[in-house]
Design a protein around this ligand. Structure first.
Ligand SMILES: [Zn+2]
Length: 248
């Protein structure tokens, strides 16, 4: 299919132009005009670029692309090597950040709910990316944490009493630890995100609301894969997800 057709389809489905974001969403680097092999990954790191070019990808679709607000503009060092690699192999880079967190079907937060049995009852946070709701069946915090560890293949960092029952939960993939106060105000029993900050520990202890840091990378693996699989079946593209382990 045509690259531009692919870009336009994703843009319409993800409504990416309505998001105020920290990076440009959409086609960040233009490669060959035809796409047959679509690679997906959480982050367009050098290791992912090399795996994608070895596989013969025509385009790479990621959650964390380039050109973040506040980063230095010159194309030198790591940034030069990454961009040079894409241009040398004529691979396009498509990146979708907040639109992919928020999407009601392929979004990271909807996909987390699907994998862990969270029932979404509402949204909160910046541009409604975060979700709150309840567990499909009430679990102890300890059981929930064990399930997260098994499926995400990474032990979560947890602040809270493992024996407490979790009924209401709020969640937001990635680095959404600043939403913890809003989650507490919603009256949930636990808040799940990717990363933790020092002050989250005190808020968890003082509110009695559990804080679960299940991994930034780990909580953002599902959205991009779901979108890649959808595109592959919609347009008969070859799709492969490249996972690069990341302890954070
Ligand atoms: Zn992220």
């Amino acid at each position: 299919m045509q690259l531009i057709e692919l870009r336009d389809y994703i843009e319409i489905e993800l409504e990416s132009s309505r998001f105020k974001d920290y990076c440009p969403n959409g086609l960040q680097i233009e490669g060959k005009p035809e796409v047959e092999r679509l690679a997906t990954a959480v982050t367009a790191s050098q290791a992912v670029l090399e795996a994608a070019s070895d596989w013969g990808a025509d385009a790479l679709l990621v959650h964390h692309g380039y050109f973040w607000r506040g980063e230095s503009a010159p194309i030198t060092g790591i940034k030069k090597r990454r961009i040079a690699h894409l241009l040398r192999h004529d691979i396009s880079l498509l990146a979708y950040h907040l639109p992919l967190d928020a999407h009601p079907v392929w979004g990271n937060n909807t996909q987390l709910a699907k994998h862990f049995g969270f029932v979404e009852q509402g949204r909160f946070g910046e541009q409604d990316v975060a979700c709150h709701g309840c567990l499909l069946r009430t679990q102890s915090l300890g059981d929930l944490v064990r399930e997260l560890e098994q499926k995400l293949r990474r032990p979560p960092q947890v602040i809270g009493d493992l024996n407490t029952k979790v009924v209401r939960i709020a969640w937001c993939s990635g680095a959404a630890q600043s939403y913890f106060e809003q989650a507490i105000a919603l009256g949930v029993d636990a808040f799940l995100t990717g990363e933790i900050s020092e002050q989250n520990v005190h808020y968890a202890e003082e509110s009695g609301v559990a804080f679960i840091a299940a991994g930034h990378h780990a909580t953002e693996r599902y959205g991009i894969q779901a979108l890649g699989q959808h595109l592959a079946s919609r347009f008969t593209l070859e799709h492969r997800f490249f996972d690069q382990q990341n302890p954070v």
